[in-house]
Design a protein around this ligand. Structure first.
Ligand code: ADE
Length: 232
C-alpha cells in the first residue's frame, strides 16, 4: 500500500520509522512518503496561509500549494476520480473514523493524507481533489486538535496494521475491541496471584468452552457499562 502525507510539519511523521509500521516500511509492505507543503510554494516566505474571506479569526490554508502537491502525488494530475487515490483530510468537521473505516481504507492501494492547520484548508481544495480521486473528510472524534497531523498518524496506524503482513499474527487482529462491535475482554498473564489480586478461576480451568463464554459475557458487560452507544 502506498501512503502519501502532506503537512507543513513533516517531522511529525518521523515516528513512522519505529515499531511495526517502521518494519513494514523497511520490508516494502508500506510505501509511506511524507511531503512538506511548503515545497509547493513559490514565494520567498514559503507562504501557505492567508486571511479568510468574509472575515473572522485565524488563517486559512491557501489553495495553490495544495493544488500543486495533490497534482504531483496523483501521478502528475493524470489521475481521475475513478482511478485516483483516496484523499483523506483530517477535520473535526468530518465523518467519524471507526474500525470499519480503517478496514475500508486498508483495502485501498493508495491513500493521501492532507493535514490542515490553522482554521482549515480553502474549501475549493476538496472540490479539486475530487477530480483526482475520492475525497473523505475524517474526524477522530468530537474534540479539536491543533491540526491534522496527530489525527493522520492515528489513522495511518489503524489502517497500516490491517494491511496483510504488517502484524505478524493476523489472529491478534480478530479478537480486538471494535472488530466484532464490542469492547475487548480483559486479559491476564502470570502470576496467577499478584498483590492480592487473583486471575479469575475460569481462565485457569483449561475449559475452552467456559473461557469463551466468560470472555463473551465480559465483552457485553464492559460494552454496556463503558460504551452503551455501541449496543444500539
Ligand atoms: N483536526 C483537528 N481536530 C481534529 C479531529 N478531531 N479529528 C481529525 N482531525 C482534526
Amino acid at each position: 500500500m502506498r501512503i502519501d502525507v502532506v503537512s507543513i510539519f513533516p517531522s511529525f511523521f518521523d515516528v513512522l520509522e519505529v515499531s511495526l509500521l517502521g518494519r513494514a516500511r523497511g520490508s516494502g509492505l508500506l510505501d509511506i512518503r511524507v511531503h512538506d507543503l511548503r515545497d509547493f510554494t513559490h514565494d520567498r516566505h514559503r507562504t501557505v496561509d492567508d486571511t479568510p474571506y468574509g472575515g473572522g479569526a485565524g488563517m486559512v490554508m491557501k489553495p495553490e500549494p495544495w493544488g500543486e502537491a495533490l497534482d504531483e502525488i496523483a501521478s502528475g494530475g493524470s489521475a481521475d476520480a475513478g482511478t485516483g487515490p483516496v484523499f483523506v483530510f483530517p477535520s473535526p468537521a468530518g465523518e467519524v473514523f471507526t474500525q470499519a473505516t480503517a478496514r475500508e481504507f486498508a483495502d485501498e492501494p493508495h491513500l493521501v493524507f492532507g493535514c490542515g492547520r490553522y482554521e482549515g484548508i480553502d474549501e475549493r481544495v476538496f472540490a479539486y481533489a475530487a477530480t483526482l480521486g475520492r475525497v473523505r473528510l475524517m474526524s477522530l472524534g468530537d474534540y479539536v486538535l491543533n491540526g491534522g497531523e496527530v489525527a493522520a498518524m492515528a489513522m495511518i496506524e489503524a489502517v497500516g496494521r490491517l494491511v496483510p503482513g504488517v502484524v505478524g499474527n493476523p489472529e491478534s487482529l480478530v479478537e480486538e475491541s471494535h472488530e466484532d462491535g464490542l469492547l475487548e475482554y480483559p486479559s491476564y498473564t502470570k502470576p496467577a496471584s499478584w498483590r492480592g489480586y487473583d486471575v479469575p478461576d475460569v481462565l485457569l480451568s483449561g475449559h475452552h468452552g467456559k473461557v469463551a463464554e466468560w470472555r463473551r459475557t465480559q465483552q457485553v458487560e464492559r460494552t454496556r457499562e463503558r460504551r452503551p452507544d455501541l449496543l444500539g
